[in-house]
Design a protein around this ligand. Structure first.
Ligand SMILES: [Zn+2]
Length: 130
């Protein structure tokens, strides 16, 4: 914050009208609001840079020794199915669910398309994504 020189000290009688005082106050308030908005924007920058990214809740992820493996945010990830080769997208929302709700391993990645996963399910209900 830069200090602006005050031409008139507060000791002076109210030569300036209340109107001016109110205007000054309002200006101050608006500046504060703008500053807060700016702060909020910068906090969100790391996630906002990548379009469609979802912020990760690290406290919900499975504990892991390797900080490198901890995703800070989730981004849609295209992948080719391991079984049929079909291209599919592992969405940011699916990743959040997998890591934070299903408590999947942080090394786990989507490897099979939806159809192949479904096909495997009846034989193996606890099918892993490995
Ligand atoms: Zn497939």
């Amino acid at each position: 914050m830069t200090k602006q020189p005050r031409p008139e000290s507060k000791g002076r009688p109210a030569a300036t009208s209340n109107k001016q005082k109110r205007a000054a106050l309002r200006k101050k308030r608006e500046a504060k609001v703008r500053k807060e908005a700016r702060l909020r924007r910068t906090e969100r920058v790391d996630v906002a840079v990548i379009k469609g990214a979802i912020a990760a809740d690290l406290s919900q992820q499975v504990p892991n020794n390797s900080y490198a493996a901890k995703p800070l945010s989730y981004v849609d990830q295209p992948f080719a199915c391991k079984d049929c080769g079909k291209e599919e997208v592992w969405t940011a929302a699916q990743q959040k669910w997998y890591y934070e709700v299903a408590k999947g391993s942080l090394y786990g990645r989507a490897v099979r398309c939806r159809a192949c996963r479904k096909r495997r399910r009846p034989n193996n209900p606890s099918v892993s994504t490995k």
